[in-house]
Design a protein around this ligand. Structure first.
Ligand SMILES: *Cc1c(COP(=O)(O)O)cnc(C)c1O
Length: 385
């Protein structure tokens, strides 16, 4: 059995030699011609249920062969039966919420912190769900007869807090556990191995890896995937084929990028913890009680609580890109209270442990010394390191 590093290069491309091509074929068709409309009607009957059939997808909102390659690769890398791609991470989360609501189980139990828009979507009940926010050890007690989903991020956006997925999935019983794996990616953590039935990604981040493609993907079992495909077909939250192409290309360098950026992030976290302007460093590799055998290394994301004005630091960086989002080849820094988590109620931010002094950093592929020099000068240059 080849390793994940190798499969990241080949998954979704295993048939290319037989096809006689090297690059993945990019199919931009919106429709698929056929002279036999009776057979097409039969195939469409099956496709509308979310099941898959051989042959072309009839219409681009039903499916796309380039996107299907990305889905095949993600299912394999996450160790799941299937994966369903969406126009964005939020579209993927919306489909999971609607799956519960439409099955008569509108109640969600969610563990904070979550990405700001995810938290707000769930808390607002915009899609008809109800919610109980709970600490991991309160989840079992929060589950009701009409609970359709338990949601957690680990490491969480933006505080990098980690949750023991095995313990949490045990607490969920028969209720499906959705783990948002955007920060770790399957290169560092595979939540399905620890009991999560649903693995969500904002593919916009590390999977794409270059800040130029918006997408989402949900890895899960085939039964749940059918529900998601049905919802995607009818709500139209499809991933564009070019995005599928770019995401599949991103996967081939994912393990390398995650390893390199993690090494740099660990070093920056260590140096920042000694910096006089830094009150607290949040980094999985430095968390005291880490879930055992869950995540390889600390990952490329970190956060710091600073003394003084956090906005001044954002204004002063010259090499870091001062921007929301994460997971690109360049390093990014942003203030969650103003951007990624701004949409939340301030009280909800506080409930999630998101300080107004917090800055979130996404480490890219630059040299660690150059990044450190920029951070140090942006923090006031008073470091002795
Ligand atoms: C960005 C993000 C999302 C939302 O993804 P989009 O692709 O922006 O819709 C969801 N979860 C986490 C952890 C994220 O960082």
């Amino acid at each position: 059995m080849t390793t994940l590093n190798t499969r990241a290069v080949h998954a979704g491309r295993d048939d290319l030699v037989e096809l006689g091509v090297h690059a993945v074929p990019l199919d931009l068709s919106t429709t698929y011609p056929s002279r036999d409309s009776r057979t097409e009607a039969d195939r469409l009957d099956v496709l509308c249920t979310g099941a898959q059939v051989d042959g072309p997808p009839v219409y681009a909102r039903v499916g796309n062969p380039t996107v299907a390659r990305f889905e095949t690769a993600m299912a394999e890398l996450e160790g799941c039966e299937a994966a369903v791609a969406f126009a964005s991470g939020m579209a993927g989360l919306s489909a999971c919420l609607l799956a519960g609501v439409s099955a008569g189980k509108p109640h969600v139990v969610a563990v904070r912190p979550l990405y700001g828009s995810s938290d707000h979507l769930i808390a607002s009940g915009l899609l008809g769900n109800e919610v109980t926010f709970a600490r991991p050890d309160e989840v079992a007690g929060a589950i009701r007869d009409d609970t359709g989903l338990v949601i957690v991020e680990t490491p969480a956006n933006p505080t990098l807090s980690e949750t023991n997925l095995r313990r949490l999935s045990d607490a969920c019983g028969p209720v499906p556990l959705l783990a948002d794996n955007t920060f770790a990616t399957p290169a560092l953590q595979r939540p399905a191995e620890h009991g999560a039935r649903i693995v969500l990604h904002s593919a916009t981040k590390f999977l794409g890896g270059h800040g130029d493609v918006l997408g989402g993907v949900v890895a899960c079992d085939e039964e749940y995937a059918r529900k998601l495909r049905q919802l995607r077909f009818l709500t139209g939250a499809t991933l564009h084929p070019l995005a599928g192409y770019l995401l599949l290309r991103g996967l081939s360098t994912l393990p390398l990028r995650m390893r390199a950026a993690s090494e740099t992030a660990a070093e920056l976290a260590a140096r920042l913890s000694e910096h006089p302007r830094v009150a607290k460093v949040h980094y999985p590799g430095r968390n005291e009680h880490r879930p055992e055998k869950q995540m390889t290394g600390g990952g490329p994301m970190l956060a710091v609580e600073v003394h003084g004005d956090p906005h001044a630091v954002i204004g002063a960086v010259r090499l870091f890109t001062p921007a929301v989002s994460l997971g690109s080849v360049d390093s990014l820094i942003q203030h969650p209270g103003s951007l990624s988590h701004h949409i939340m109620d301030p009280a909800d931010r506080a409930d999630g442990g998101i300080s107004e002094q917090l800055l979130r950093i996404s480490v890219g592929l630059e040299d660690v010394e150059d990044l450190w020099a920029d951070l140090d000068q942006a923090l006031g240059g008073s470091s002795t390191a």
